[in-house]
Design a protein around this ligand. Structure first.
Ligand code: HEC
Ligand code: HEC
Length: 345
């Protein structure tokens, strides 16, 4: 609580009211960490702050997120592919699910997913609640069935206690499981970055190169898609990533069968982006420098390339400044979402 209340001194009056209100009602999880309603630079997290049972629901969700018993062979949890050590993403291109099966897309980060208007690279889920059922039932990821999720959790007395605390009775069902996981995910947020502190008036928060990078970000029209507080408009775009490969991932096209959607993927947010290499839906770009080179060349030409993606011809200094700016977006909040010391028995 101390941290989020301290920020009130620095932010505008209206935002301060929101934070003060949130501070009054901010629940403390049983892990002893104070949950933050909205770190600096972010919109308030849409959770019923102050409502009884919220902290308990977050706690239940935190345990479920880190529990590999929620997978068919007991080896894979959400955190296997959304690892806090890799900013809730993964340091490999593709994720390995149950029985060592390898997927074909890079796990996006869970950080600030609460601000996404759609979930998955192809936007096929509308909400975090809807999304959470996906990996649980995906045969390549966790390989469960709803019945198996219910019977597995019902057989663990420790979970009966956590479900009762969160929902008033120990009944386990898929709706409660996905609600608890989604509620936890909504607390995995990132704000208060060097960039936010700079915008709030702390001129020393960013280096000269990072400050110059703000202008390069605009010059490169990056903000046409990476806009707003989470640096994403949640819209779909074709940059050509992977279209030069033998069997390109069709992206959104596989969902809509609309030719315009071929090769389109959701614009990811850019907060903490420096911590989750490799990049893009196929993890094909290893570093932020590679990403900037990719945009500088105008993406990869293909039959559906977005007309906002054009060669930029940036100087070496501007490229370095742009990377420096991206590094100024590392924030805090999500570091409090740690693995439970012990899982329910
Ligand atoms: C085997 C690896 C793996 C596991 C396990 C896994 N995920 Fe994912 N997750 C992914 C991949 C890969 C994607 C992107 C898939 C796509 O877009 O088609 C993804 C996407 C997501 C997204 C969407 C984020 C965005 O920006 O669109 C969220 C949220 C998420 N996962 C949460 C979870 C939760 C909660 C669990 C546990 C119930 C979980 N994941 C388990 C690999 C995994
Ligand atoms: C037309 C919309 C659009 C514009 C303009 C744009 N981006 Fe992106 N950006 C995207 C999309 C869509 C992706 C994911 C593409 C994919 O995986 O196929 C992406 C991915 C990224 C990633 C990788 C993030 C991750 O989690 O893997 C970074 C970094 C990035 N963009 C930075 C920039 C910068 C810097 C600029 C300006 C030079 C820029 N973007 C311009 C839409 C855009």
């Amino acid at each position: 609580m101390q941290l989020s209340c301290k920020w009130t001194g620095r932010v505008a009056a209206l935002a301060a009211c929101v934070v003060i209100l949130a501070c009054k009602q901010t629940p403390t999880s049983s892990a002893g960490k104070v949950l933050r309603a909205s770190p600096m630079g972010l919109d308030p997290v849409p959770l019923p702050w102050g409502k009884a049972g919220l902290a308990e629901k977050i706690e239940l969700g935190r345990h479920l997120f880190f529990d590999a018993r929620l997978s068919a062979d007991g080896t894979v949890s959400c955190a296997t592919c959304h690892d806090p050590l890799s900013a809730f993403s993964m340091s490999e291109r593709f994720a390995t699910g149950i029985h060592g099966q390898v997927g074909n897309r890079k796990p996006p980060t869970v950080i600030n997913a609460v601000y996404n208007r759609t979930q998955f690279w192809d936007a096929r889920a509308a909400t975090l609640e809807e999304q959470a059922a996906g990996p649980l039932m995906n045969p390549v990821e966790m390989g469960m069935t709803p019945a198996l999720v219910v019977s597995t959790l019902s057989a663990i007395p420790g979970y009966q206690v956590l479900f009762r605390k969160a929902f008033g009775d120990p009944v386990v069902n898929m709706e409660r499981v996905t609600e608890a996981i989604a509620t936890f995910e909504k607390t995995v947020v990132s704000g208060n970055s060097a960039y936010d502190r700079f915008v709030a008036g702390d001129r020393g928060a960013m280096s000269p190169s990072q400050i110059r990078g703000i202008a390069v970000f605009r010059e490169g029209r990056c903000n046409a898609c990476h806009e707003g507080k989470a640096f994403s408009n949640s819209a779909m775009a074709n940059l050509g990533v992977g279209t030069d490969k033998p069997q390109p991932d069709p992206g959104r096209f596989a969902i809509t069968h609309d030719e315009q959607d071929w090769g389109r993927f959701k614009t990811p947010g850019l907060r903490d982006v420096a911590l989750r290499a490799p990049y893009m839906h196929d993890g094909s770009l290893k570093t932020l420098e590679d990403v900037v080179e990719f945009y500088d060349k105008g993406g990869i030409p293909n039959r559906n390339l977005d007309n906002r993606i054009r060669p930029l011809h940036l100087t070496a200094e501007k490229k370095a400044d742009l990377v420096a700016f991206l590094r100024s977006l590392n924030g805090e909040g999500w570091q409090d979402a740690t693995a439970p010391e012990r899982l329910p028995q």
